[in-house]
Design a protein around this ligand. Sequence first.
Ligand code: GLV
Length: 313
Amino acid sequence: MARLIISADGPEKFAVWKEAFAKAAPDLTVCSWYAPETHLLPSDYVLVWKPEADHYAALAQAKAILCTGAGVDHLLQHPHFPVHVPLVRMGGEQTAHLMADYVTWAAIGLLRDARTWAIQQNQHQWVYNGIARTSAEIRIGVMGLGHLGAHVATHLARVGFQVAGWKRSAASVPNVQVYVGQEALPEFLATTDILVNLLPSTPQTRGLVTYDFLKNLPRGAGFINVGRGEHVVQADLVQALDTGLLCGAVLDVVTPEPLPEQSPLWGHPRVTVTPHVASEASAYKQAEYVAQAIGQLERGETPALLCNPHTGY
Ligand code: GLV
């Protein structure tokens, strides 16, 4: 029977994981990475989020590593991450649905300028600012059509937005117009009223969103970042907002996190910041997903979100 060693979220989270796995996968043995009696064997699976620097040598001995994050850039960027060990990214129905809900909330917030309502309420001001424009009139462009991106795009189309997506390689997503590759990017951006970033963070995508990049969007477009803060040159984003290039931004990820007290993003009248909360599934749902992936690996199958360390996702 497989054994899972858990370091994710530190020693204090283990009790929560243990309970979740007892319900979701009672046959799986789970141990805390931090228990003195735990010694990792080559047949062990490990569940991690951000391992401490001195964990990497032992991780190299594991049978496979499962990450509680959908993004694994922090692991792959670590100089001692063992790229020969299979790495599985977080997925599952609830993770994707939470992301779709978050992006829908953010998109409708941008469409109706909900940030201004929040400011008005804070200042006890009753100023009429209704906007007669519906989701059906808005073109949303999702950058990154992987597991999460495809789910988000399909969900937005179901809500009633006009949805397009941009991806490095060809894909077909129901009710979504797919733009493929670098050469399709200008056209994709030129026809996007609200841009959603769900790209993986790789050397090719970090720093992609600059002022010049955002200039390709129709003037007054909205921006939602649920990828990584590193995709965005933050000073350029602020400039785009200040000059009216963008009407607003909803940011669940920033650089660095937590956002420093003095950051201009906190009080910016066109910016909504949330503390990287878009899509963390419950411990039970994550346990269910992890147990399923372990089952696949044990049977010699390939989990859908097995990471390719060369592409970074
Ligand atoms: C969070 O950002 C994740 O990668 O799941």
